[in-house]
Design a protein around this ligand. Structure first.
Ligand code: HEM
Length: 125
């Protein structure tokens, strides 16, 4: 996840990431396959963590101070069966969000590549 510095600016910086994460979590919480994973969370905090994580992942400011992705999702894998189907569903919602925001296709592809590169970490493999 190192050489993505152009994505942050190309996508429109923090403003665009905040807009995207808002829409993204609306979709995730409306999806019965995914909602249960999030129902005990403070979504405002979760939202902020995801914005700063995305900003860093896309080459923006490195202010993310959350857990690493393996640690953050370990319990979900062990206790709630988090797996590829959930990861795929989350990726689809993110892609749909970026389309809705009329982000250019090649940029969406780059974002999806970055997100896809986290799969084994998120799923603790
Ligand atoms: C697609 C790649 C993913 C990325 C980049 C990502 C990113 C993050 C980040 C940055 C956090 C905050 C970590 C912290 O607390 O410091 C987090 C937590 C969390 N993620 Fe993900 N995530 C991904 C996939 C998923 C999937 C597929 C699910 C479930 C369907 C999920 C459910 C959660 C939940 C429930 C938490 C909160 C865990 C807790 O506070 O105990 N994530 N994720």
């Amino acid at each position: 996840m190192s050489n993505n510095s152009h994505i942050f600016d190309a996508i429109g910086g923090f403003e665009a990431i905040i807009a995207a994460v808002d829409i993204f979590y609306d979709k995730v919480l409306a999806d019965p396959l995914l909602a249960d994973f999030f129902n005990k969370l403070d979504m405002e905090q979760q939202n902020k963590k995801m914005v700063s994580f995305m900003a860093r992942a896309f080459g923006g400011p490195k202010e993310y101070q959350g857990k690493d992705l393996r640690q953050a999702h370990k319990k979900l894998v062990v206790e709630q069966g988090l797996s590829d189907v959930h990861f795929d569903a989350v990726a689809v919602h993110l892609q749909a969000t970026l389309r809705q925001l009329e982000v250019a296709d090649d940029l969406i592809q780059q974002v999806m590549d970055v997100v896809g590169s986290t799969r084994d970490e998120v799923l603790n493999r």
